[in-house]
Design a protein around this ligand. Structure first.
Ligand code: 3H9
Length: 697
């Protein structure tokens, strides 16, 4: 008997306890153990029924993701599920925690399902670029019909077992000790003489065939617009469930699963799954407990400060917001309160919770109010003198062990931290604006910083629901540097003959959430100019300079907020349209530099932009700013609209092949050999037959 599966018989019930921490993933040893235990129970005359449950915190949360992309090890989950379903003795699953993916499929293959009140079920496979491949696409619609089953599979959501949506899958929800309750439930079933109930024979979900196929057709139309393969395959499998006999449906599902699991999209999505879990593990905090944070101070009530305040209020923290004078404070608090009121009006926040947030927000003009703060985040204008002044004042009032955080984008953190008596407690933070809506937060960790300070800030960011990513250095930002390189490549393409509109279109087709120029229009051209100056200072933007953005600023085209930037915004086209004036300005600029315009295909544009991001990523790795390529990937996916299904720029480069990216960079160097200078790591990895993934550890 395999040790990951416990086997015990109690009153004629064989209890198969899955014990594979932390999430009881159904890996090869679990499958083998379950298969052995099932046979043992079936061969034991004293056993009348079988109960499968998860030990520890959860029923299996899915197959073991680390096995995907490798040769399958027997027994394979679909076969195990079929064996469970075919059992002549009744099999019951007792669910708690998160019964997801292959775990949920195993449960669907049993004959009855009992669940603890707090349990959640779902099919997250789509988020990994695959589909429920152990019968889920065939069994779920038999129980719930096409619409509900598809919505669960296409969204990847986990739902509560007490929700109406979960009702078709769950026979009984219980409170208290699940093991005891589940055993009583099995005894009840035996007492009632309940027989096996193979899900494959259930046709409840097919009761209205027309409604079923209509629901399929509707989702087919929606997923056809998505670039991912898996959603389309899921719909095909669910369509087949009603049209084909069960075993043929399983064959369709198997083929679709094999196609998906071997795809680049699935490899990329798996990469992001593990990258997200790797990123917050900063070396400074291994084994380091974080001191609890209950009060956060924020200096500066502008857009950045207000976003930080809202993020902290959302998670029950006390917030002290400092402004320079009462008028500025009134304005800032007024905007925060107006935002909270809007949430209430939109039904997104209850009145009581709104009042509670209001009570926890303390506006002050005197730094002394920060004396109790555990963490203080400075969010004033990015002017070195102003920031230094803030830290000088903070040093006089904060308590010992308080973590001080600067949001500087342009300045050397040491010059700011040097204004305090203990620079080891000063860190940098780049969270983007507005902070409460951002997913990723870069933590700048300068040399010599106290591990306890890092641990406290990382814990705070986790509590705020952000993904912390480590950036080492004095003024090091991963996302902004990669973004700057990307935009610079886009600028050069435009100056050499393309247009902002063609570049945007190409990059949207690549999967970016926005094209580079429409994004600059949203953020404001002046802000982008500031960013580029900072990047020129720190070495990202060297070599050829393109002045189109400056020319647009000179013409008062500051972006969407003023109705014109790269695009023209008016009543006729509120989301922007191409503007011949911009094209004329670009032509003038090109001619003044003696550049002969040439066309670029969509693919060429995409290759330029990707190569620029990857080369900058490689530079950040060489400088030690980014710890590993996957950190760059999560920053770009979560913070800068890079398509998750491409895995981030470094993963995308691995999939294209480093040799191909390096060759592109060498070819582009004809336009500018300074910016387009391939990083040495390309050669090193290529010669070792490796990709960036080898540097992820
Ligand atoms: C599937 O089932 C396919 C089948 O349909 C078909 C087969 C034929 N495998 O997230 P956490 C690790 S596809 C391997 O921090 P939480 C994770 O890497 C699968 N490892 O915990 C981490 O490791 P480390 C469908 C896994 O409490 C540790 O466990 N299922 C898996 O924040 C803790 O994870 C899914 O997609 C796994 N399946 O969240 C569910 N899951 O400590 C994926 C976790 O070394 N899992 N690990 O960093 C989750 O969504 C979350 O882990 C969960 C718990 C919500 C369960």
């Amino acid at each position: 008997m395999n040790e990951v599966i416990g086997y015990e018989v109690s009153d004629g019930i064989a209890i198969l306890g899955i014990n594979n921490p932390p999430v009881n993933a159904v890996g090869a040893s679990v499958r083998q153990g379950l298969s052995n235990a099932l046979h043992r129970a079936l061969g034991d005359d004293a056993v009348q029924a079988i109960l499968i449950l998860g030990e520890g915190r959860t029923f299996p949360a899915g197959s073991d993701i680390r096995e995907f992309g490798k040769p399958p090890a027997d027994p394979w989950l679909p076969g195990l599920c079929n064996a469970v379903e075919a059992s002549p003795k009744i099999v019951v699953a007792a669910l708690h925690g998160t019964a997801l993916g292959g775990g949920f499929e195993l449960a669907l293959a049993t004959h009855y399902r009992v669940a603890a009140e707090g349990a959640r079920i779902g099919f997250p496979e789509v988020t990994l670029g695959i589909l429920p491949g152990a019968g889920g696409t065939q069994r779920a619609p038999r129980l719930a019909g096409a619409g509900d089953a598809l919505d669960l599979m296409l969204s990847g959501r986990a739902i509560s077992v007490t929700s109406a949506e979960a009702a078709p899958y769950i026979d009984k929800v219980v409170q208290g000790d699940l093991r005891q309750q589940a055993l009583s439930y099995v005894q009840e079933l035996l007492a009632q003489g309940a027989g096996t109930r193979p899900t494959r024979d259930i046709r409840k979900g097919f009761a209205d065939p027309i409604a079923y196929q209509k629901a399929v057709a509707l989702r087919k139309e929606v997923v056809a617009k998505r670039p991912e393969i898996a959603p389309q395959e899921i719909v095909k499998c669910v369509e087949a469930a009603e049209l084909l006999p069960f075993d043929m449906g399983l064959t369709v599902e198997r083929a679709a699963f094999d196609d998906c699991v071997q795809s680049d999209q699935a490899a990329s999505l798996r990469h992001v799954f593990f990258a997200e879990r790797r990123a917050p593990k900063f070396p400074e905090i291994s084994g380091q407990g974080a001191s609890p944070v209950s009060q956060v101070g924020i200096v500066g009530g502008g857009v950045a400060g207000r976003g930080l305040a809202l993020a902290c209020l959302e998670v029950d923290l006390e917030v002290v917001l400092i402004e320079r004078n009462s008028a500025a404070l009134r304005e800032s608090l007024g905007k925060i309160n107006a935002y909270l009121d809007r949430l209430v009006a939109q039904g997104r926040l209850r009145g009581q919770a709104r009042d509670d947030r209001g009570m926890r927000l303390h506006g002050k003009t005197d730094f002394v109010a920060l004396s109790e703060a555990d963490v203080v985040i400075e969010a004033v204008a990015d002017d070195l003198k102003e920031k230094q002044q803030v830290f000088f004042q903070l040093d006089a009032v904060v308590r010992e062990g308080a973590v001080l955080v600067s949001t500087t984008m342009r300045h050397d953190l040491h010059q700011i931290a040097g204004k305090t008596g203990d620079p080891g407690w000063v860190l940098g933070l780049d969270i983007g604006t507005p902070a409460h809506l951002q997913q990723v937060a870069e933590v700048m960790v300068p040399e010599g910083v106290e591990p306890a300070a890092v641990a406290a800030l990382v814990a705070l960011l986790r509590r705020l629901g952000k993904l912390p990513v480590r950036a080492e250095g004095r003024r090091a930002h991963i996302g902004r540097a990669v973004l700057g390189a990307y935009r610079h490549a886009a600028d050069m393409l435009v100056e050499d003959g393309s247009t902002p509109y063609l570049v945007d279109e190409a990059m949207r087709a690549f999967g970016m959430k926005f094209g580079p120029f429409e994004q600059i229009d949203r953020e404001g051209l002046r802000e982008d100019r500031t960013l580029r100056r900072a990047l020129a200072d720190n070495g990202t933007l060297q070599g050829r300079q393109v002045s189109i953005l400056d020319r647009l600023c000179e013409a008062g085209r500051f972006g969407r907020s003023v109705g014109q930037g790269y695009y023209l915004y008016d009543g006729q086209s509120p989301s922007g349209r191409a503007d011949p004036e911009v094209i004329a300005l670009i032509r003038e600029e090109r001619e003044s530099r003696g550049i002969a315009a040439r066309g670029f295909s969509e693919e060429e544009i995409q290759r330029h932009c990707l190569a620029a991001m990857v080369n900058e990523g490689a530079r950040l790795l060489r400088l030690g700013v980014a710890r590993c390529p996957s950190d760059i990937d999560v920053v770009m996916v979560h913070g800068y609209g890079f398509p998750r299904w491409r895995g981030g720029p470094m993963k995308a480069a691995d999939l294209v092949g480093l040799w191909a990216v390096q060759r592109d960079i060498e070819q582009f160097a004809q336009q500018d050999s300074v910016f387009w200078s391939p990083e040495p790591v390309f050669d090193t990895l290529f010669k070792a037959g490796q990709g960036f993934d080898a540097l992820n550890g």
